[in-house]
Ligand binder design. Structure first.
Ligand code: IMP
Ligand code: MG
Length: 166
């Protein structure tokens, strides 16, 4: 659906924006496992700021296809983020429920700025409003795989963004 070269070009643009927005400052990239690993890695390579990289894992409890809204951080960072510039890096914002809770938790810890970078967004699925500061691409309501995103843990390694055919 989105070719490797197109993804690369868009990520360079996002990195330029980040480099401009935080000129002369330090940023903490916090990737949400596992889906964000490839996006984070490509984005980080193009960020020229003083940068640190962390990962968290967040689980949102539900029946498998829909989230209940109960979100738990199951792997956390081991660093105080008070007064830091945090950019949370996510693979895709779907209903927005997971990310709105994660943002709430990170903000509560006293970061100076908390911004969101997401490779993809499915706006038609949104259930809670969420501002994406650095967005790669908007996609339709289809099940996306590749570039970090999985279907039952498969296809994360694909270098492009694809759709599972019915
Ligand atoms: P939500 O925004 O709380 O609904 O949940 C978003 C999470 O669900 C993302 O971080 C992904 O891990 C997963 N997800 C949502 N849509 C897709 C998709 O199309 N393909 C793969 N994973 C998805
Ligand atoms: Mg995820």
């Amino acid at each position: 659906m989105i070719k490797e070269a197109e993804v690369e070009k868009r990520i360079s643009e996002l990195a330029d924006q980040i480099n401009n927005d935080f000129k002369g400052e330090k940023v903490l990239l916090i990737g949400v496992l596992k889906g964000s690993f490839m996006f984070l890695s490509d984005l980080a390579k193009k960020i020229t700021l003083d940068t640190e990289v962390y990962f968290i894992e967040a689980l949102s409890y539900g029946d498998g296809t829909s989230t209940s809204g109960v979100v738990k951080i199951t792997k956390d960072i081991d660093r105080d983020i008070k007064d830091e510039n945090v950019i949370i890096v996510e693979d895709i914002i779907d209903t927005g429920i997971t990310m709105s809770k994660v943002m709430e938790i990170i903000k509560f810890r006293g970061a100076k700025t908390v911004r969101l970078a997401s490779c993809l967004s499915k706006p038609s699925r949104r259930r809670v409003e969420i501002d994406i500061d650095y967005l790669g691409f908007e996609v339709e309501d289809k099940f996306i795989v590749g570039y970090g995103l999985d279907c039952a843990q498969k296809y994360r390694n694909l270098p492009y963004i694809g759709v599972i055919e019915e």
